[in-house]
Design a protein around this ligand. Structure first.
Ligand code: TPP
Ligand code: MG
Length: 561
């Protein structure tokens, strides 16, 4: 029962959203949302709690914040943008979320259809004609699991429940719901609503697990490669046990989460190297690209199994890694089942122990190489990554967008680091850090950004959100005054070419560089310029104190190149 004016669809939609567990709507709004504003205005009178609505002054920021929020809570948050053009600005973020399997509810208004004075919400601005599209959702349909346009006000809650169950059904991902202005304004009845149905993930197939366990028992040199198993802390714990018992070397390859503690004796670094060609059994877990055939490939007779909620990455048009089989289930469940099925080491012990000592030598060599690369005294991406990581407290969380070197971070805690989606849509790391803070992280949150990545993040929008929404995060800029990755790619393809004569800098040069510290200060942040390795501890100390005092901070690292 409700007091006040008759209910409109925008009200039931928003109250259902709170009821279904969405905490925040990251909003870059437009002329299509008067009914949303009206619903928020009426909520106190109705005695309703609606999701917190947070202004994000760019759609890219809104999606990145929802992405970061979902990474730390596991729950989908909502993004609300303006019609066709707002949707356009949201597409790269949607691609990132899709390839990173992050649930989120993307919503957009839809320009009014009616050209008549009635019904409420009909066209009243000149833009309402030009903003209509034949198929607004087509812009991001490839990036979402489900999309729909709300047709009737009395279906708002049902459409929302459908959207949220689709976003969360394994593997999770973004969904898109467009909300026409007239429909949001429709008067609707109050009635019981259906909740989204939670979907339990598939259990690992016992026969497949038995076959894989047999292969593990027999293997001379098994190898586990993962990219994102660390998304689930339970999977990390299960892998620690399995790797320790079976002397199973683990290589997080292009990892974007803390998949395996760097201090575990079976952590063999971040590149498979000679292990790839030598392995007779390869397990790839939550890993879209286990190796790059153009660079290195396993032996032809290798036994290869793929494991994950979507082990073949069926959303990728082409992907051709030969495998004996795939097990579709959550990695934690598969690794625990594998531990059980493989049983005690028993008579395989001599082979397992010999392997353990061989791998200890290899691990020592790889750590020495990592140490050498990260050593000073020069300020390089590697040495800066190491020095910064050494200053991070145990409860810090890092987002990485490009130049920070995760291997030098030597992370050990699940959830301590999150890298850019394999879709590679730059403009994510700063917003994701803000969303993680909003999602409830209490420790320091640090966005490690290339100078190029910083600009893709719309720095003004990010600093503004940090200031206005009280989300103190630290941005560290690796300023090499270039899109280094673009240059490296040119040099790698044409090492002797005409472009190499220009040092590969054509279309990669960002000099002269911005004064990043001044930009940050202009937005209320405390900021430090760092030109040598030994300045990092003091700058980090100052920045962490700023965060503890509720202020955003920025460190501009001036790398020699
Ligand atoms: C939205 C988007 N546009 C363009 C690219 C292509 N791209 C990949 S890496 C890169 C340069 C990154 O530069 P920076 O952040 O400075 O890091 P650096 O390579 O210098 O370490 C670009 C432009 C991209 N990945 N995403
Ligand atoms: Mg750069």
């Amino acid at each position: 029962m409700t007091d006040g004016p008759p209910l409109i669809a925008a009200e039931t939609y928003l109250s259902a959203m709170a009821d279904f567990g969405v905490e925040v709507i990251y909003a870059t709004s437009g002329t299509d949302f008067p009914s949303i504003a009206e619903a928020y205005g009426r909520a106190p009178q109705r005695g309703w709690d609606l999701p917190e609505a947070l202004v994000c002054p760019h759609e890219n920021l809104a999606v990145a914040m929802a992405h970061g929020h979902a990474l730390v809570t596991g729950t989908p948050q909502a993004v609300m943008v303006h019609v066709s053009v707002g949707t356009s600005n949201m597409v790269a973020g949607a691609m990132n979320a899709a390839r990173d399997q992050v649930p989120m509810l993307l919503t957009a208004g839809r320009t009014p259809v009616s050209e008549d004075p009635e019904p409420p919400g009909s066209r009243s601005r000149f833009i309402h004609w030009a903003q209509e599209m034949f198929d607004q959702a087509s812009q991001l349909r490839e990036a979402v699991k489900w999309d729909y346009e709300l047709r009737r006000g009395d279906q708002a809650e049902a459409a929302l429940a459908r959207a949220l169950e689709a976003a969360q059904a394994p593997p999770p991902g973004p969904v898109y719901l467009s909300l026409p202005r007239e429909v949001l304004a429709e008067e609707v009845p109050s009635r019981p609503r259906r909740r989204p149905t939670p979907v339990a993930p598939p259990a690992p197939d016992p026969d497949a697990v038995d076959r894989l366990a047999g292969a593990l028992r027999r293997a001379d040199l098994p190898l586990l490669v993962t990219q994102n198993l660390g998304r689930d802390p339970a999977a990390v714990a299960a892998l620690e046990d399995l790797a320790a018992r079976w002397a199973l070397p683990v290589v997080p390859f292009n990892a974007r989460s803390m998949c395996f503690p760097s201090d575990h004796p079976m952590h063999l670094g971040h590149e498979p190297g000679e292990l790839l060609g030598a392995a007779d059994l390869i397990l790839t877990v939550a890993c879209d690209v286990p190796w790059i055939p153009k660079v290195a490939a396993p032996a032809a007779e290798v036994t290869h199994w793929e494991i994950g909620l979507d082990p073949l990455y069926l959303g990728y048009p082409m992907r051709s890694f030969p495998a004996e089989g795939a097990i579709q289930a959550a990695p934690a469940a598969v690794l625990r089942a594998l531990m059980e099925a493989a049983g005690p080491v028993g008579d395989a012990a001599p082979r397992v122990e010999a392997r353990r000592s061989r791998l200890a030598d290899l691990r020592a060599r790889r750590i020495a190489a990592l140490d050498a690369a990260g050593a000073g005294p020069e300020l390089t991406a590697a040495s800066a990554s190491r020095a910064l990581a050494e200053c991070l407290p145990a409860d810090a969380t890092v987002t990485n967008e490009y130049t920070f070197q995760i291997p030098q971070g030597r992370f050990t805690r699940p959830g301590s680091v999150h890298g850019l989606s394999p879709a590679g849509g730059l403009g994510w790391g700063f917003g994701a850090a803000l969303g993680m803070k909003k999602g409830g992280l209490t420790g320091p949150v640090v966005a490690m950004l290339g100078d190029g990545a910083y600009m893709f993040n719309n720095p003004s929008a990010c600093h503004w959100a940090a200031e206005v929404h009280g989300l103190p995060v630290l941005a560290v800029i690796f300023n090499n005054r270039r899109w280094g990755a673009v240059r490296n790619s040119t040099l790698a393809m044409y090492p002797q070419g005409a472009s190499a004569a220009e040092d590969g800098m054509f279309l990669a040069d960002l000099s002269p560089s911005l004064d990043h510290a001044a930009i940050a200060r202009a937005h209320g942040a405390e900021a430090w310029d760092v030109r040598s390795l030994d300045e990092i501890p003091a700058a980090m100390d100052g920045a962490l104190s700023a965060l503890a005092g509720g202020r955003q901070a920025l460190i501009a690292l001036h790398l020699p190149t």
